[in-house]
Design a protein around this ligand. Structure first.
Ligand code: ADE
Length: 227
């Protein structure tokens, strides 16, 4: 999988992509992440990437030219499955969307700033608009990092234990069951006996029951859409 991320703040993405799981995924050549500085595509002599909003509302708007030129130069090289725009008014990112996107080959992700990008880009080149939640960030970079992480960790070979993404919260519209590690008794705080029984069937039943109970208690909305 190849991800091309367009931003005016490329440095903001260095941290998340150059550490831990995302770094290892790139080193193992399971994915390529390319960050592009939108400013370097600006034909303006001052490398401007924004301008005043028509109609006079407050805040600057990101201009069409540098973003369109950057997207077009990428699309000349290869076909992209989606051109995604990170925006608080997009569809809210959920696990099923991350699953769906993890099966794609090439994705472009555009990070907005100020009041956002010129709406004509949204009408003409953006194929998917995603939000990571009902709150407003200073820019789309952190949202793009969240989206990227949620996708890349699902690629085969990225996680050491192949099954661990399958047992994540949300994979069956259920929260994950509680987990414990050694010591089995920490000054009287004990691990549930069943987990130490060695009875795999019983353990699985307990975990399924805990997942269901925790979901009912903490996130009943996840169960509402069930068949
Ligand atoms: N840009 C600013 N806020 C955002 C959000 N909540 N989700 C995605 N992109 C954003």
């Amino acid at each position: 999988m190849r991800l091309d991320i367009l931003t005016i703040l490329p440095k903001l993405l260095e941290g998340p992509f150059n550490d831990s799981i995302l770094q290892r995924a790139q080193e193992k050549e399971l994915c390529e992440i390319h960050v592009h500085d939108i400013r370097s595509f600006s034909t303006d002599k001052h490398r401007k990437v924004d301008d005043y909003s028509f109609g006079g509302s407050a805040g600057m708007v990101m201009t069409i030219q540098p973003i369109l030129d950057c997207v077009k130069s990428l699309q000349k090289e290869r076909n992209y499955d989606e051109v995604i725009y990170m925006t608080p008014d997009g569809e809210q990112l959920k696990q099923n969307k991350a699953n769906h996107l993890s099966l794609k080959k090439n994705l472009i992700i555009i990070c907005g700033h100020y009041k956002g990008i010129d709406h004509r880009l949204r009408e003409n080149i953006i194929t998917m608009e995603l939000s990571i939640g009902d709150y407003v960030l200073s820019g789309g970079e952190l949202a793009a990092a969240v989206l990227t992480d949620s996708i890349i960790r699902l690629l085969p070979g990225v996680l050491n234990d192949e099954t661990s993404a399958l047992t994540d919260s949300f994979q069956d519209n259920l929260l994950a069951p509680p987990v414990y590690t050694r010591p089995a008794d920490y000054n009287g705080w004990k691990v549930p006996e069943v987990l130490r029984s060695g009875d795999f069937k019983k353990i699985q039943e307990w975990q399924e029951n805990q997942a269901l109970e925790r979901t009912k208690q903490l996130r009943p909305d996840l169960l509402e859409g069930e068949d």
